[in-house]
Design a binder for this molecule. Structure first.
Ligand SMILES: *[C@@H]1O[C@H](CO)[C@@H](O)[C@H](O)[C@H]1NC(C)=O
Ligand SMILES: *[C@@H]1O[C@H](CO)[C@@H](O)[C@H](O)[C@H]1NC(C)=O
Ligand SMILES: *[C@@H]1O[C@H](CO)[C@@H](O)[C@H](O)[C@H]1NC(C)=O
Ligand SMILES: *[C@@H]1O[C@H](CO)[C@@H](O)[C@H](O)[C@H]1NC(C)=O
Ligand SMILES: *[C@@H]1O[C@H](CO)[C@@H](O)[C@H](O)[C@H]1NC(C)=O
Ligand SMILES: *[C@@H]1O[C@H](CO)[C@@H](O)[C@H](O)[C@H]1NC(C)=O
Ligand SMILES: *[C@@H]1O[C@H](CO)[C@@H](O)[C@H](O)[C@H]1NC(C)=O
Length: 276
């Protein structure tokens, strides 16, 4: 049998193309969209190229690249947030590229391949696309996450045996997605004795000497992780009060001035209790 003549096939593809064009009013999407990648060095953000969307970190640089569009005298990178739309940079051949104010001094437009580098700030999480006079790519979603600073642990570094204590892990910059607590390098699991409140707070109920040690709080989000540690010292109350009380009694009976000790008794023990 003969292969089908090319004419009906051509006609079919032409009809399909027409349907596609009619299906997308306004500017047609160019073949292949924007791709982007984070340039190193950059915390923990993935450095592979992405199409469609990318999560990167404030302070890092991303490189947006666009496919070739139909010849045109003017091209532009555009952004969109909600209803707000604008140009990041527009470029008419032979003239200097025109960069909009919020992106000035931290973007670099390549006039040869039309790629765009942006040193990211928090507010740059938006949609981006590349366009010529007649065509535009689809919108590319860029999310910008702030890397986490070193957290700080707030709490009493010294607690008496039998008492309870609370260690709070505060993150000052960025938002943590998860918190993990470790004691002397080992992951802590919740129990009656060790409780987690709001993920960021560790409560130790009825502390024993065994609870002394280095407590680390480990925080993570999509682009970074950080941690800090804290030395907790659980004091055996008896170990402190008993020798002082004994010493008081011994000194008192040796000197035979028991009254002296009685009169000094309250501030002495009180001082131990409050300073312990
Ligand atoms: C640069 O672009 C802004 C708006 O994006 C426009 O108002 C301004 O006239 C342009 N400047 C030049 C020199 O083209
Ligand atoms: C960009 O840098 C130039 C010189 O380095 C400075 O004069 C200008 O004010 C800066 N613009 C912005 C928007 O930061
Ligand atoms: C612009 O892109 C071309 C082609 O990818 C490259 O050879 C050139 O080095 C780039 N220029 C700058 C300033 O990055
Ligand atoms: C933790 O945060 C500090 C700044 O607070 C930063 O210098 C350090 O690089 C961060 N550590 C990691 C592993 O990102
Ligand atoms: C630390 O201990 C002191 C005295 O024991 C107490 O007043 C204070 O509230 C404690 N702080 C925390 C954060 O538990
Ligand atoms: C604590 O973390 C878990 C999972 O990690 C999450 O489901 C929960 O919503 C978090 N709770 C709070 C109060 O942040
Ligand atoms: C003391 O702590 C270790 C782990 O930190 C645990 O294996 C051990 O059972 C604890 N001992 C007591 C008496 O609680």
């Amino acid at each position: 049998m003969l292969p089908p003549s090319p004419t009906p096939l051509l006609l079919l593809s032409f009809l399909l193309l027409l349907l596609l064009l009619l299906g997308c009013p306004g500017s047609s999407a160019a073949g292949g969209g924007v791709t982007a990648r984070t340039l190193s060095p950059c915390y923990a953000a993935a450095l592979g190229p992405a199409s469609g969307q990318l999560v990167s970190a404030a302070g890092c640089t991303v490189l947006l690249t666009a496919p070739r569009l139909n010849a045109s005298r003017v091209v532009a990178w555009e952004y969109k947030t909600g209803w707000e739309e604008g140009a990041v940079v527009s470029y008419a051949f032979g003239r200097p590229a025109n960069t909009s104010r919020p992106y000035k001094n931290r973007t670099r437009f390549n006039e040869t391949d039309f790629s765009l580098r942006i040193a990211l700030r928090r507010g740059d999480g938006r949609l981006y696309r590349f366009r010529s006079e007649s065509e535009a790519t689809g919108w590319f979603q860029l999310r910008v996450v702030e890397p986490l600073s070193e957290p700080e642990i707030v709490g009493n570094s010294s607690v008496k045996a039998g008492g309870s204590t609370k260690l709070v892990c505060n993150v000052l910059e960025g938002k943590a997605d998860s918190y993990r607590w470790k004691k002397n390098g080992e992951l802590l699991l919740g129990s009656d004795h060790i409780r987690f409140v709001d993920n960021s707070t560790l409560c130790i109920v009825k502390a024993t000497m065994n609870d002394s040690g280095y407590y680390a709080c480990e925080v993570r989000n999509e682009v970074s992780q950080n941690e800090t540690s804290f030395l907790l010292h659980v004091q055996n109350a008896a170990n402190v009060v008993l020798p002082v009380a004994l010493a008081c009694v011994v000194v008192g009976s040796l000197a035979g001035v028991f009254v002296w000790c009685r009169s000094r008794d309250r501030p002495c023990l009180g001082g131990c209790r409050w300073r312990a």
